[in-house]
Design a protein around this ligand. Structure first.
Ligand code: ATP
Ligand code: MG
Length: 192
């Protein structure tokens, strides 16, 4: 019963988050954010969860990965992606968070050596409530809102979101942020 009520609580939390960020009055609190610091924070937060599955949780940094963004929202994006990576990777696998500075952008990648997603299902994973193979994912107790939240928050940051995957090999989610994302906010309807 306590497991069910935890589930319900997290469902309600995610639904409220989603309704907030889908709304037209959703605003980001733009600040300078160091994604290096942020992935180290996320690593600390999820280390125990990774250890339980003997998953090696790694971080890799190239250059100076600073961007303009909303620190609370960016952490939500990374936490959701890494949570998934750990959930959908069998014991003794690897999960890597990578940030790389490029000319005008900073690339964030979350790579795992997990179960993967089929080509057919891949385009649908960002839909709310969509879960690949319900029977298989039932044990992990999610609700299918995590990636919908990631998608909306990436859009609000004017970032590009990509995913590549191979069944039984692993999955990589990529988010490409403009260093000066706030400059683009005028073009974003939901931020006017
Ligand atoms: P929650 O709302 O608790 O996050 P969830 O993890 O099921 O639940 P999403 O995070 O939106 O929901 O992910 C949707 C589906 O995409 C998952 O159910 C899973 O089938 C698939 N998926 C997401 N990330 C991965 C991954 N790294 N590897 C394999 N499958 C994944
Ligand atoms: Mg999830």
């Amino acid at each position: 019963i306590s497991k069910e009520s935890d589930r319900l609580e997290s469902l309600i939390h995610d639904l409220l988050e989603l309704s907030k960020i889908e709304g037209s009055h959703f605003l980001l609190n733009w600040q300078e954010v160091d994604l290096h610091e942020m992935i180290e924070d996320v690593k600390m937060m999820l280390q125990e969860q990774a250890d339980k599955k003997k998953i090696d949780l790694k971080t890799k940094v190239m250059g100076n990965p600073k961007i303009e963004g909303d620190p609370h929202r960016l952490k939500q994006v990374i936490l959701n992606l890494v949570n998934n990576a750990i959930s959908y990777t069998p014991e003794e696998g690897n999960v890597t968070m990578r940030v790389r500075e490029q000319a005008e952008t900073v690339l964030l990648e979350v790579e795992d050596t997990g179960i993967g997603i089929t080509k057919k299902e891949l385009p649908r994973v960002f839909e709310r409530f969509y879960r690949v193979d319900r029977a298989r994912s039932r044990n992990s107790g999610g609700t299918g809102l995590g990636l919908a939240i990631v998608k909306h928050l990436s859009e609000a940051h004017k970032a590009r979101l990509d995913v590549t995957s191979e069944v039984n090999k692993g999955t990589t989610f990529k988010v490409t942020f403009y260093k000066k994302g706030w400059k683009r906010k005028k073009t974003c309807k939901s931020l006017q």
